[in-house]
Design a protein around this ligand. Structure first.
Ligand SMILES: NC(=O)c1ccc[n+]([C@@H]2O[C@H](COP(=O)([O-])OP(=O)(O)OC[C@H]3O[C@@H](n4cnc5c(N)ncnc54)[C@H](OP(=O)(O)O)[C@@H]3O)[C@@H](O)[C@H]2O)c1
Length: 128
């Protein structure tokens, strides 16, 4: 499959990316730093610079994907930095909502969200 990993440079995202590559999938990694993606994976993945809190950076990353794994979480976890917008709400919450909305719009059939947070269907599907 063609799979986009949001948070592919993180602890879980790197392991998921390497497993998907071993199994013969084509992996695109979205991260805030292309240099970081290249340092970790070289040419074995397609790196895309993006930020899940900036929805305008997502449509291009989603092009031609068949599945998305969202395992990005706010930098510095578990210590929030409100001044920098590094919080559960800004990144894990609203960022994941951006990913989910644009995955649907792009017609990508599979979205896997890996998190320490929950999804509460009683609150309009918001990530809480
Ligand atoms: N680690 C565990 O044992 C564990 C256990 C259970 C659940 N979880 C959950 O699994 C998820 C991933 O955990 P982890 O430990 O792998 O996290 P992590 O190592 O802290 O990685 C976080 C990833 O998020 C990316 N990121 C941060 N802000 C971003 C943004 N605005 N846009 C795009 N990417 C962004 C980072 O990439 P860049 O900095 O390169 O942009 C990095 O790749 C979390 O929700 C966590 O709660 C983890």
């Amino acid at each position: 499959m063609k799979v986009l990993i949001c948070g592919g440079t993180g602890f879980l995202g790197e392991a998921i990316t390497r497993k998907l590559l071993r199994e013969g999938n084509a992996v695109r990694v979205l991260g805030r730093s292309l240099d970081k993606i290249r340092a970790l994976f070289g040419d074995s993945v397609e790196g895309v610079q993006g930020d899940i809190t900036k929805s305008e950076t997502l449509p291009k990353a989603l092009e031609k994907m068949e599945a998305v794994v969202q395992c990005a979480q706010f930098p510095g976890h578990p210590f929030e930095n409100r001044k920098k917008g590094s919080t559960y709400w800004q990144v894990d919450g609203l960022g994941t909502e951006n990913v989910a909305r644009l995955v649907k719009k792009a017609g990508v059939r599979h979205l896997l969200y890996i998190s320490g947070a929950g999804v509460d269907g009683k609150k309009n599907g918001a990530v809480v």
